[in-house]
Write a protein that binds this ligand. Structure first.
Ligand SMILES: NC(=O)c1ccc[n+]([C@@H]2O[C@H](COP(=O)([O-])OP(=O)(O)OC[C@H]3O[C@@H](n4cnc5c(N)ncnc54)[C@H](OP(=O)(O)O)[C@@H]3O)[C@@H](O)[C@H]2O)c1
Length: 318
């Protein structure tokens, strides 16, 4: 059983989870992580130098999950999958998430802070957005005290998507843009997202809210701004969605990764990564880019390396 001041973060070695964990440690909390990569604990790749106990996020062992969560103050849940891959389907990810919520309920976790996404919908034809809505419903019906935080596109140290946009801008003479490029997004800084999540842990009421940054960009504007800061002269090439997706698959073949998913592209072009709520995050993407553009995209960030090739057998989340 954990001590009363212990929080658990799923995915502390990942992107959002890492930033949440850093801030919890700075605040003097004891943090454990449930992760698909427990083998990183205490190695040179452990960002916390062994301070954060790493326990396998093994959905096949719900009693063990409940055991880890017993006595825990807040569970910060970042678990989700970007795309279906073999046995790791969105349906499976929903079931896994429901299992985690059940384990947290059974263990009597004081508060669940869950990272979702802007505009999830159980009616969506996009499995990513539909799955996110189903998980939210499971949390809302669980009886747990909860906060659901819905970020749009997240930027910051350790991200994959925008890093790889910058990587492509540095390497290719043109950048494929699906459609007219006029659809919008409100990028949110991962540090702000982490702070909003931690602050929501301390609030008494159940709440669901968007976490978006103060600047709204059309996709064209976003890419052009990134070009300026990474020193690219690539031309924007507007094309049908299907062609943009096909080109991303060709690049994916060479880097042995899934560069962009259909759900991400369709969600973006359908304006699902913008909010109707006032922005809660304060860091401006433009200012962050000015400070970090020189190194953004210098190396490709691989989803497959991070979440499949490094995962021990049996922890595929399937
Ligand atoms: N990044 C964005 O732009 C963005 C935008 C909107 C919403 N979100 C949401 O924010 C949350 C955190 O996203 P993130 O980008 O920070 O993710 P992340 O760190 O890459 O992954 C978060 C968690 O999911 C687990 N995971 C990822 N892929 C998996 C797979 N294929 N099989 C099993 N487990 C897997 C990770 O496992 P490990 O423990 O092995 O790291 C980690 O526990 C997610 O719920 C995501 O949907 C992200």
């Amino acid at each position: 059983m954990a001590s009363p001041g212990t929080d658990v973060v799923t995915g502390a070695f990942g992107f959002t989870g890492r930033h949440i964990t850093e801030r919890l440690l700075e605040a003097g909390r004891t943090v454990k992580t449930l992760t698909g990569r427990p083998q990183l604990w205490g190695t040179a790749s452990d960002p916390f130098g062994g301070q954060v106990e790493a326990i396998p996020l093994d959905f096949d062992r719900p009693e063990a999950l409940a055991g880890v969560l017993r006595g825990v103050d807040t569970l910060y849940n970042t678990y989700w999958v970007r795309f279906a891959n073999g046995p790791v389907t969105f349906e499976r990810a929903v079931e896994n998430s429901r299992g985690l919520v059940r384990a947290a309920t059974e263990a009597g976790v004081r508060r669940l802070v869950h990272i979702s996404i802007t505009n999830p919908s159980a009616e969506s034809h996009l499995p990513y957005f539909r799955g996110k809505a189903l998980v939210e419903e499971a949390i809302q019906g669980s009886g747990l005290s909860y906060a659901i935080v819905r970020p749009a596109l997240v930027f910051g140290e350790g991200d994959i998507l925008l890093n790889n946009v910058a990587w492509a801008l540095r390497r290719f003479p043109f950048f494929p843009v699906a459609g007219d490029g006029h659809y919008r997004t409100q990028p949110v800084y991962v540090g702000d997202l982490a702070e909003l999540a931690i602050s929501a842990a301390g609030e008494p009421e159940n709440k669901t809210f968007d976490a978006v940054g103060p600047e709204t960009y059309t996709f064209d504007e976003l890419v052009l701004l990134m070009e300026k800061h990474v020193g690219s002269r690539a031309r924007l090439a507007h094309m049908p969605q299907s062609l943009a997706l096909s080109l991303s698959r060709i690049v994916g073949y060479f880097v042995r990764d899934v560069v962009l998913t259909r759900d991400e592209l369709v969600g973006l072009t359908a304006n699902l990564l913008v909010s109707t709520e006032p922005p809660r995050a304060t860091t401006r993407f433009s200012e962050w880019l000015e400070a970090n553009g020189a190194k953004l995209g210098a190396a490709y960030a691989s989803e497959m390396d991070r979440h499949y090739r490094m995962r021990p057998r049996g922890l595929l989340g399937n």
